[in-house]
Design a protein around this ligand. Structure first.
Ligand SMILES: [Zn+2]
Length: 165
């Protein structure tokens, strides 16, 4: 059985399809072929002085981080264990709930609810707590899609280097 390498994802497959993706003709696996136009009428544009490898890498980069994924990746959300983090940080500083509430200018009932995870603090309270306690309560939410895509991109890069040798 002859295995060929998909020029897009680097997977070893037995069958490659010729497709045009963003003006670049590639031999890809059937899965990646979905992203392109099957090369029948569309002739790829003059490739210019840039080596094909650079173009492909550039293209892959684009594919690995499409705009929507980037936006979602940049989205910050409150950490899941915010209640615990706040309580631990407060106790470390030797502050009572009441004392901390006073420091951040919030009612103690609010703080108590936050610390028992009955209430998610709003942006304003998050900012105040982070500053007062010196902790991080927000994190970038990694997208499963993004993680998969970049793993695929790095794998392909390694394959490309292999192919170049
Ligand atoms: Zn593929």
């Amino acid at each position: 059985m002859i295995l060929m390498i998909c020029e897009m994802c680097g997977k070893n497959v037995t069958f490659l399809k010729k497709v045009t993706i963003e003006g670049v003709m590639l031999d890809v696996c059937s899965e990646c072929a979905k992203f392109g136009i099957e090369s029948k009428k569309e002739t790829p544009k003059e490739q210019g002085p840039r080596p094909i490898i650079a173009q492909r890498l550039e293209f892959r980069e684009k594919r690995a981080r499409p705009r929507d994924v980037l936006e979602r990746m940049e989205k910050e959300d409150i950490v899941e264990d915010y209640a615990q983090r706040i309580r631990i940080a407060r106790e470390k500083l030797g502050l009572s709930q009441k004392e901390l509430a006073m420091k951040i200018n919030e009612r103690v009932t609010i703080l108590s609810k936050i610390e028992s995870a009955q209430m998610r603090p709003d942006e304003k309270i998050i900012a105040k707590l982070q500053k007062e306690l010196g902790i991080v309560l927000k994190e970038k939410i990694p997208e499963v899609v993004a993680a998969k895509e970049s793993a695929r991109a790095s794998l392909t890069l390694a394959d490309l280097i292999k192919m170049q040798k």
